[in-house]
Ligand binder design. Structure first.
Ligand code: GLC
Length: 604
């Protein structure tokens, strides 16, 4: 009697002690909000339409914030919602302080921010500093030489034409969407630079007024309550200064293509990655840090889009003198350096090379898709949807998911007649498929009703993907196993202390099997195994971490996995079917099972 009373008392005591430990660990696990966050990219035009016009909008986004919360997202960044003629679907801004009417009003924006705050979600705006729309008042004034605006853009007389007539373009520079980067203005009798479409003139950052003007834009949105910015097309910000002869130099040929109109034809040494670009980025960081000092609140983050070398991206993080740049210089390695044919060691190389540039106090980030590149399911193949989501969500640091990747949306074929992306239209009918970004921008697939639940209207700005009846949130929520459920399970796992703080190790176990190990002394070890190939493989995980037990348990499994969550497997004999991906857990002590379940209950 006494002994049973004592044993139940000791049980209660153990429980209490465990609850206290668990709680204090939960409190200790307190990185800055963005450092280990799951970020999500919203392409507003295609996320959710609230008024039936077939175009996504702010109220649509607001209505789906509970979904973001539910899948474990902490912050979302939105492609531009500013006023725009929509030549480049918002990346041509005609008023940096207004909302595009198709997307809603400023009141709708305020409501979106308030709603996000209520749910604990952070709102990140897209900031497009390199160029405005040619319909921006600044450009109109600049073209008309209105006093004070003459040098807001990059103007040049061009070269004398030996054959007579209008001058020739100043240089051989080529814009990102094919063809000359210079456009003649009849009004002003000069050429202007546009590194993207003709309708996107480059702002002149050598004019201090422009620098101040754009800082004012950042402050405007910070005052509106946003939590940070994704900064567009950074490498293009500055161009080289003119030579002593007062001309811009031609860029050398890259030698990689014979196509003289192609952006890749030139080596962009005078139009990209100029030293002043970094200076500007550091100043923007100072601005947001200063804003926080003055106004309080949590960190406002900067994330930058820069497709450039690792050496330069290392400097984005922090200068040699210790000046800080963006919190998250976007890491596009998993977009640019690997694809469906890559072997495990190529993934290891890509991951390790990024980890090597992350400064001591910096945080890694992993972007696997966006509105400019083919979708993950299309790039890596539909068999690898879970593998890729499990991969980025297992790595250390912040992850960035493009809308729809969590449900495994695929690129949609868009015919030439239906094509609207300027990159594709400019490329012409022969090349449009290679260049088009429309296929990854189709409406989000919410359910299996008409128009995939994206709109109540009968038309959408881009067609809905034909697979929407099977690939959508509603169906995947109802299924016992689905890509969405795998994604959610991974996001949940990321809340564990090991995922928050643990060391990262990546290994190629064979040609096709990649292992990602997350280890934290005194805590559970997690091993993610990803079979990239279409053969079964048997893996011995014994050497992957110190003193692993002889058995591991499955903590997350991909949709097609033949394993079940909670099941055990011999550490030295793990069978992976083709494309199978799993997360295994090695618990630290006998009591850990109890400990974990109490923690889970406590944290819920
Ligand atoms: C960035 C955007 C892209 C846009 C370009 C010009 O690369 O992601 O969509 O077309 O900048 O603003």
């Amino acid at each position: 009697m006494l002994s049973s009373w004592l044993s139940s008392l000791s049980g209660v005591l153990i429980l209490l002690v465990l609850i206290v430990i668990c709680h204090s660990e939960a409190v200790l696990a307190n990185p800055d909000w963005w450092q280990k966050a799951g970020f999500y990219q919203i392409y507003p035009r295609s996320f959710k339409d609230s008024n039936g016009d077939g175009i996504g909008d702010l109220n649509g986004i607001a209505s789906k914030l509970p979904y973001l919360k539910d899948i474990g997202v902490r912050a979302f960044w939105m492609s531009p919602i500013n006023k725009s003629p929509m030549v480049d679907f918002g990346y041509d801004i005609s008023d940096y302080r207004e909302i595009q009417p198709e997307y809603g009003t400023m009141a709708d924006f305020d409501n979106l921010v308030a709603e996000a705050k209520r749910l604990g979600l952070k709102v990140i705006m897209d900031f497009v500093p390199n160029h405005s729309s040619n319909q921006h008042q600044w450009f109109i004034d600049s073209e008309n030489r209105v006093s004070g605006y003459e040098d807001y853009y990059v103007w040049d007389d061009g070269k004398t034409n030996p054959a007579g007539g209008r001058n020739l373009p100043p240089t051989n520079w080529i814009q990102a969407f094919r063809g000359s980067a210079w456009e003649w203005s009849e009004k002003r009798g000069q050429y202007y630079l546009h590194q993207f479409t003709v309708e996107q003139p480059d702002l002149n950052y050598r004019n201090p007024k422009v620098v101040e003007e754009m800082k004012g834009v950042l402050k405007f949105w910070l005052d509106k309550g946003v939590d940070g910015f994704r900064i567009d097309a950074i490498p293009f910000l500055y161009e080289v200064v003119k030579t002593s002869g007062g001309v811009y130099p031609d860029e050398p040929l890259s030698g990689t293509t014979q196509d003289q109109e192609a952006f890749e034809y030139l080596d962009h040494i005078y139009t990209q990655n100029q030293p002043e670009t970094l200076e500007m980025v550091y100043q923007w960081r100072e601005l947001v840090d200063q804003y926080q000092k003055e106004h309080g609140g949590e960190t406002r983050v900067l994330m930058t889009e820069g497709f450039t070398t690792l050496e330069i991206l290392k400097e984005y993080y922090v200068s040699a003198e210790g000046r800080l740049g963006p919190h998250m210089p976007f890491n596009f390695g998993l977009i640019t350096d690997v694809d469906g044919n890559s072997k495990a060691d190529q993934f290891v190389k890509t991951i390790e090379s990024w980890m090597a540039i992350v400064p001591k106090d910096g945080v890694a980030n992993w972007v696997i898709g966006n509105h400019d590149r083919p979708r993950t399911a299309t790039r890596f193949g539909q068999d690898r949807i879970d593998a890729m989501n499990m991969l980025i969500l297992s790595l250390a640091g912040a992850s960035v998911t493009y809308q729809g990747e969590e449900i495994g949306m695929t690129d949609v074929f868009i015919s030439w007649e239906e094509t609207v992306d300027p990159a594709a239209c400019n490329a012409g009918e022969a090349l449009f498929e290679e260049k088009s970004r429309d296929p990854c921008r189709t409406p989000f697939q919410w359910d299996d009703s008409a128009m995939a639940g994206f709109t109540t209207g009968s038309r959408t700005w881009l067609p809905v993907g034909p697979n929407y009846r099977t690939v959508n949130v509603k169906v995947e929520e109802a299924q016992e196993r689905s890509h969405l459920k795998v994604y959610k399970a991974m996001m949940k796992l990321r809340e564990s202390k090991t995922f928050l703080h643990g060391l990262l190790r990546v290994r190629a176990m064979s040609d096709n099997v990649l292992a990602i190990v997350r280890e934290l002394t005194g805590n559970n070890t997690y091993i993610t195994l990803v079979n990239l190939g279409n053969n079964s493989e048997v893996i011995d995980a014994t050497g992957l971490a110190q003193s692993l037990p002889s058995k591991l348990r499955f903590d997350a499994v991909g949709v097609s996995s033949h394993h079940v969550r909670g099941g055990a497997v011999a550490t030295n004999d793990i069978l992976l079917l083709p494309y199978e991906s799993v997360v295994l857990i090695a618990r630290t002590a006998a009591l850990d099972h109890m400990y974990e379940s109490i923690c889970e209950a406590w944290l819920e």
